[in-house]
Design a protein around this ligand. Sequence first.
Ligand code: SR1
Ligand code: MG
Length: 429
Amino acid sequence: MTGDRAGDYRILHEADLRAYLAGLPDLKRLLGGEPAAWAITEVGDGNLNLVFIVKGAGGGIAVKQALPYVRLVGESWPLPLSRAHYEYLALSRQAQLAPGLVPAVLHHNEALALTVMELLEPHIIMRKGLVAATRYPRFVDDITTFMARTLFFTSDFALSAAEKKEAIAAFAGNHALCKITEDLIFTDPYRIAEQNRWTAPYLDGLAASLRDDMELHVAVSRLKLKFMASPEALIHGDLHTGSIMVTESETRVIDPEFAFYGPMGFDVGAVLANLLMAYFASAGHERAPGERAAFEAWVLETVEQVWNQFARKFLELWRAGAAGDAYPVSLFAGEQGAARLEAERQSYIQRLFADTVGFAAAKIIRRIFGLAHNIDFELIEDPRTRAVSEARAVRLARAMIVETGAFSAIADVTGAARKLRDWMPELSG
Ligand code: SR1
Ligand code: MG
């Protein structure tokens, strides 16, 4: 890590970046050849940052630089550069806990809010693969290992009380990114907000009904409080399928700039929500009826396996004997203690499942009525067809938030999704 002098920040354009990298011997060697011959392309298609791919005769790298504002909106929405620091911190921790599942960091400059990482090639953003109906055989095992290990080993099950509080403090300054989530996910879709948008006019009625739905407002406010006030573990904080890069044989989790100590169900829910959106969007991408049926079946199977394998791996880590201060072994001695502790583990995981279901639903609704949408739905060209897919997803999401108790197992979620596959909503307009 270099360059921590405040005031040294500047937005790096191509020539500047070339000169900067040429001054770093290790990276210069990795890229190979003359700096003037390096190919530099800005490829960032996310909502916040610049991302450059740099390729030389010897190899390539990815360079991410935080902008002092939200890229999607522009300079009118300032955003602290410190998010690059938290991303670096989270990536370093995740690399220790889930080796091989995050990109390797090659260089970090605090003052420039810049991180250089290994170039992930031929990996693609998973969301793009899902739109193309590609199946990823490694995904379930990798993502559940990533979540189980990063969540378990940063929680009170694995840390002493002092370590945990220090760790919470290390990420507490990332509150501007948390505030984005608090507003865009848990608040704005349920009120009139300038940045909201939806597939109009077809979803006008549904958007209005969300604003009047007091049961929904109560339920989503409970989730918001849980997000704000439950520092259970170091969460990625934005674990959608745009933050995951894949090939058929590899998975890498990227972009943890929203990381902080929050509720575990927020990460698990993000993965499930984005798979469910891929499922509902799929009907809108088919050119002939049924042509994506095998892909859709795989998506729902994946939803079930993600939850089941995550829960199994998390419980295995707990049973293996955790060193943290929660649930002291001395209080659960003998056969009776062991049985009672196991019952407690089961009820803990059941509560985590309920959180997961609620957070997943909130994440679906925000992508349909809030500021930031996703290509799963956006690439459905015909707006009426898109609105039909979106309305199906919203119907499931509302039930998942308001009637969370009706979803006691993951098969309840996939069963409800399957029933809505061909449901025809009443649209406005
Ligand atoms: C203003 S940022 C909008 C969204 O982009 C990120 O990926 C997060 O999901 C955030 O909510
Ligand atoms: Mg991102």
